[in-house]
Ligand binder design. Sequence first.
Ligand code: HEM
Length: 429
Amino acid sequence: MDLPPGPRAPAIWQTIAWMARPGAFMRGVHARFGDPATIRTYWTEEPMVLFSSPDAVRAVFRLDPAIAPAGQSWEFLRPFAGPHSILLLDGEEHLRERRLMQGPFHGERMRSFAPMVADLARAELATWRGPVMALERMRELTLEIILRVVFGARDEEAARLRRSIEDTLATVRSLPWALAMAVVHKDLGPRSPWGRFRLAVERFDAMLFELLARRRAERGREDDSMLSVLLAQRDEDGKAPSDQQLRDELVALLVGGHDSSAASLAWGFELLARHPAVQARLREGDPAYLDAVAKEVLRIRPALTIAPRLLREPVQIAGRTLPAGVQVAACLWLACRRKDLWPQADRFWPERWLGQDPPPNPLSWIPFGGGVRRCAGAPFAEMEMREVLRVASGLTLRPARPDPERARRSMLVLVPHRGAEVLVESLVG
Ligand code: HEM
């Protein structure tokens, strides 16, 4: 296959670098091989060609899903995501599902979630004193937010769901387990990584189906959760969604929205702790600055690194013909970080969003991906980041250690390798 150049190291080494040192790996590949470059990891069965220049990124986002489906790149999520998942569908089916799922993210309803998110953030951050592992705490907070906002779960119901979700995710979050699952794709019984994962998913599903049965029995007493909106949805033929469909929609919102938001917020704390001037300016309460901080966190530490598509036919991207059977990906991480695309690319500098000059090409700020697969929860994610960072501006944060945290992969997202360890000095105001 005539593919763009890339590392010759065996796939196992590239997989380890991709997971344990993703930032250094992507930067190294780009420095050595330029754009595009081909990597080979166990992440996907096929070689993957990474693109990051704005023209190529636009071309990837515009690929016809019939020729370059995205769903197949997430095939490994099927055991958890389920057969109706928006993450796995393509073409018309995907668009139909997307229209249904975007219902809960519209206008007024979305804005109405902000006070609840701020309340939950205040309750969480009020307990912070001394050393805090922000990643762990943000995982708890963003899960709590999803349980309330998406599932409409409270009290004992929320506690049971929380335990079950944590059980399920614990099996895939640890690096050795994730590596084992990437290398051995088979379920080798209840003690094997995939076997344990399958059992955890079965327990979680049983709980979700019980929740759906309860909600259906309570019709007429709808709350303001996203699940209430999803329960009321009807397709073009006026048909209500099945339990399996609803289950897959809830899991897509959970998979899409939990770890990605937790990782982005954890990076936010890691960065704020190292930038007292940004903390001070954030404390002044200017909404434009708050927005700039959120954007800059998402730029310099994009939680998801790639938006991949699998080629079924040869295509031309940025003047290069690529054969069928390879993955092509917009490399979100490189596009947001390339020195030739961003002035002072490695500097955490929210002010770049406030100047007179427009920020660089919008196709370089792509933490939410793009095209028809652009993050369905982006408005929610941005609102959530703003609310939590606003509350966080009431804390004085310091780094726990002098050297900044590097990135490692945890499931689909990049997280700070020590867990965003910060020191909370005081609560201001
Ligand atoms: C800062 C937090 C987040 C980041 C960085 C992020 C990023 C992304 C990215 C890069 C994609 C894939 C885009 C592509 O393939 O082109 C995606 C898809 C998706 N995200 Fe997010 N996301 C975040 C939060 C959320 C939240 C809070 C939700 C829901 C509550 C959510 C739901 C989804 C869904 C359902 C998809 C699949 C869309 C589709 O296939 O059509 N995300 N997200």
